[in-house]
Design a protein around this ligand. Sequence first.
Ligand SMILES: *[C@@H]1O[C@H](CO)[C@@H](O)[C@H](O)[C@H]1NC(C)=O
Ligand SMILES: *[C@@H]1O[C@H](CO)[C@@H](O)[C@H](O)[C@H]1NC(C)=O
Ligand SMILES: *[C@@H]1O[C@H](CO)[C@@H](O)[C@H](O)[C@H]1NC(C)=O
Ligand SMILES: *[C@@H]1O[C@H](CO)[C@@H](O)[C@H](O)[C@H]1NC(C)=O
Length: 501
Amino acid sequence: MESPCLLAFCLLAPLWAQGINLSQGEAGLPASPLVLYPWRQRAGPSRVKRAWVIPPISVSENHKRIPHLLVQIKSDKQLPGGVIYSIKGPGVDEEPLGIFSIDKFSGKVFLNTMLDREKNDRFRLRAFALDLGGATLEDPTDLEIVVVDQNDNRPLFQQEIFTGHVVEGAVPGTYVLKAEATDADDPDTDNAALRYSILEQGSAGLFSVNETTGEIRTVQVGLDREVVSVYNLTLQVADMSGDGLTTPATAMIYVDDINDNPPEFTKPEFSVEVLENTSGVDIGRLLVHDKDLPGSPNWLARFTILEGDPDGAFAIRTDPHTNDGVLSVVKALDHEGRDHFTLTVSVQNQNQLHPSAPQTTRALAMVQVQVRDVNEAPFFRENPRLASVVEGAPPGTELTTFSASDPDTRQPQALSYSLAYDPADWLLLDPRSGRGAYDLNQLRNPDFFPPPCPRGKQPIRRDAPYSYATPPYPRKLPASPSDIEDFINEAPGEKTEPGPG
Ligand SMILES: *[C@@H]1O[C@H](CO)[C@@H](O)[C@H](O)[C@H]1NC(C)=O
Ligand SMILES: *[C@@H]1O[C@H](CO)[C@@H](O)[C@H](O)[C@H]1NC(C)=O
Ligand SMILES: *[C@@H]1O[C@H](CO)[C@@H](O)[C@H](O)[C@H]1NC(C)=O
Ligand SMILES: *[C@@H]1O[C@H](CO)[C@@H](O)[C@H](O)[C@H]1NC(C)=O
């Protein structure tokens, strides 16, 4: 019988050519069960590979009405007892077991479970035709079953949050990041044809996404970290070329700083004071503003004293936390020598300024430094001062005049002299003139010096070894200057002297 053969061949041929649509109906069902004669092609004049000539059988994944008749295979062999059909292979008697089965008398192949293309997208079975005794009637042949994709997988972004960086001032078209998604559905179908979009990015609309690649680029000028430092974009990916299932994601885009803002002094002039004769101390802070990223070299200020400090008496450093210029005095100043300095200080960043940075007039500041007077101690011009007295000189003989100077020449201050150490109490010193005199008989010559203060209450150094706790008077005074040594050596307290009573 030649004509049925030709007819079947003619019916199948266009289907093979068009990519196999056999059982893919509305619900994945064939309009009518297809009958396949897998062994007929062997009758052809040329031997063709069976795997290629038997059309694959398509079945949709997720098909719910089971068992579902896929195909009926038939042999042309006519036997009195009929032909016995069987299938083998993965999906039948090999893992995954039992997906397909065959009615051995009719040759009807059934699908027994719901299929998932994302697990198995095709099955290759071996089909057998036997006689009742089990002898092979035909050579085993391949039956290919193709699982047709459904859009049962949502596209998935590879990350929930994408992060990217772009420098401020970037030109339009600058690449920022790529938001990639995957879809488990058949990549050859629309079910996995993904399209990317930006759902939300704030008012400015500075970014765009390539709908097929997910690349995000800038589309406008105007990225300014000092205005907006981070953008939060809501992305979406959709399959079915944009009309199918969707998934959102976030893209955080950080705007990286450039040095497009110069540091500026907060005012054109600062005033500080410094005490004379001090060094190594901070005397004031010069405040600056810089809008660039705090802590970065685009923000950190560097100060230079340009003028007004010929001797290098001042230094200036940056407080890294506040960016203030900390002015200090490194060489002691002398109020009497110079009581005022006018410094010119400049400020720059550690990094070079970007050409786009605006000009500023606040890169220089004047610093008025007032040198304050401190009450400096007077000093003896000659120290120690040696004086001599002739033996036998009468009490009241003037010995020498002490002369001290006060460095505070601009504030007239009275100097006052006093004896710090005179355990025997035999010298007199005029507190105003510094005149010192031998005064053994001071009691007998009370008019030589006006007494500076009552006897025994003379100002005296605390560390003087002499104690006034028990006044040593009256004591026998030395009769002449040559006895003075003995008198001194008789330190009161070491002697058992009767008290004054
Ligand atoms: C394949 O199946 C689809 C429906 O799933 C149908 O629209 C199309 O026309 C079929 N193609 C052929 C060649 O039968
Ligand atoms: C998106 O990217 C593809 C591949 O790089 C490119 O061919 C296409 O021109 C891009 N589309 C747009 C709108 O830039
Ligand atoms: C981004 O914006 C969305 C909504 O505007 C918000 O829910 C989300 O928390 C933001 N993400 C971050 C990291 O700020
Ligand atoms: C300056 O200060 C030092 C101590 O810092 C002091 O010893 C010195 O006497 C002072 N000089 C004057 C002139 O006051």
